[in-house]
Write a protein that binds this ligand. Structure first.
Ligand code: ATP
Ligand code: MG
Length: 399
């Protein structure tokens, strides 16, 4: 195990694409999100500077704090740091400690002098610290591919000496860009669609259509577990569980089997549309990808999407399934997504689903039953569940 010696974490925002008032909102939102994920560490204290912030660990464990920070969108990188007075001997001492904290063999010093009143230039600091390490350790200089890149960040009040910069997940802080209603199934795609939506700064609210008793309690638990994983990025997620069985049965009763999925999905969009309007949500997001299945040909997507006038975003629409799977593995949803519990679209799946549905034909089938009333019933029975990462993981029996 590495010998962790940091007493601070330095977070840098990087190039913010926003200016003026937006910049302020962006930073406030980012700070709020950082403080939310770091709530379990009460000893931490925070200090802002122009394009970043310092977190004083005050004895909290660096690794545990770092793991939480990796789940925050919107900053460029963070680094564990030793803070010392802006004084050359103190800087050398910190550099020495860091150089010995891991089995490094080669190094390069990279000083940045933010405080121009500091009596040495960045270059002189580099040479002086490098000389100290060469004289007192076994390490050698390698300017091209060093094991240890030693960053020295000289400010007026203090200097921060750092080694590893940890890249954040980038994106915008969740909450800076309004809300999105994610249609979440238990599959691989929709959690990934949710992740990239949060990464663009949108807060998720979710809707799931459940067809119990044809879909099991475990299928719903699986969806909740997926959202529990995603909630680490935004805090609590609201899930609307819509009982869909009756509507689904009526579709099968009144329409040709080949149109069942098309009609089913038109109903999903109609319901999502109502929820979005009621909850003041500007966009519906889902995991559709062009060509993936019969209901995702362009013809299908157009006939299905036309029932809904809330804007629909399909963040994965041009992605390959393998790329989506890679991302699902990275964000930790894949293992849960591939659990074998059936979704409402897979039960009674038609043998020959239509790939080029006609809007008029859909309308003709839909005119055969009072779907408006059934939609109202679905909405009246909307079960709202609040899901958060701190919830007990009570879905272990799924695996
Ligand atoms: P995924 O696409 O998430 O892997 P899937 O392949 O089972 O799941 P598709 O049939 O591809 O789902 O459906 C496309 C999209 O429609 C899903 O990504 C999801 O956004 C939405 N969707 C499908 N089934 C449901 C459901 N039961 N509840 C809510 N949304 C759903
Ligand atoms: Mg899919």
């Amino acid at each position: 195990m590495d010998n962790v010696i940091y007493d601070y974490i330095v977070i840098r925002y990087g190039e913010l694409s926003t200016k003026g008032r937006n910049r302020k909102d962006f930073i406030n939102c980012l700070h709020a999100n950082i403080r939310r994920v770091l709530k379990p560490f009460p000893a931490l204290t925070y200090e802002k500077f122009y394009d970043g912030m310092y977190i004083h660990l005050n004895g909290e464990e660096y690794q545990a704090v770092a793991e939480k920070l990796k789940k925050v969108f919107g900053y460029a990188y963070f680094a564990g740091a030793i803070r010392v007075p802006s004084d050359l001997d103190a800087i050398k001492e910190a550099a020495y400690k860091i150089a010995l904290s891991r089995p490094y063999k080669t190094f390069k010093v990279n000083a940045h002098r933010n405080d121009k009143s500091f009596p040495m230039t960045s270059d002189t600091i580099n040479r002086s610290v490098a000389g100290h390490l060469l004289a007192n350790t076994e390490l050698k200089v390698n300017v091209h591919e060093p094991d240890l890149m030693l960053y020295i960040f000289v400010k007026k009040d203090a200097t921060y000496v750092m080694d590893e910069k940890v890249q954040g997940p980038k994106g915008y802080p969740v909450g800076i860009n309004h809300k999105a209603l994610l249609m979440i199934s238990g599959g691989i795609d929709s959690p990934v669609a949710g992740y990239v939506t949060m990464k663009r700064g949108m807060r998720l609210e979710c809707v799931h259509f459940a067809s119990q008793p044809y879909t099991s309690e475990q299928a719903l638990d699986k969806v909740k577990e997926l959202l529990r994983i995603l909630s680490e990025y935004q805090g609590e997620i609201i899930l609307h569980v819509i009982p869909f069985t009756e509507l689904q049965m009526q579709i099968y009763r009144h329409a040709d089997e080949s149109y069942a999925i098309t009609l089913l999905r038109r109903m999903m969009y109609r319901i999502a549309d109502r929820i979005a309007k009621k909850r003041n949500i500007l966009t519906i997001v889902n995991g559709e990808s062009v060509g993936q299945v019969a209901s995702q040909t362009l013809e299908s997507m157009s006939v299905i999407g036309s029932v809904c006038d809330t804007m629909i975003l399909r963040p994965l629409c041009m992605a390959d399934k393998l790329e989506i799977i890679d991302q699902a593995v990275k964000i930790g949803t894949y293992e849960t997504s591939i659990l074998p519990y059936e979704d409402c679209c897979t039960i009674f799946a038609p043998k020959n689903p239509v790939t080029k549905p006609k809007a008029e034909k859909c309308e003709r089938y839909e005119a055969r039953f009072d779907y408006e009333k059934l939609i109202e019933e679905c909405l009246a029975n909307d079960e709202i569940v609040h899901i958060s990462f701190d919830d007990k993981k009570d879905t272990e029996e799924l695996f």
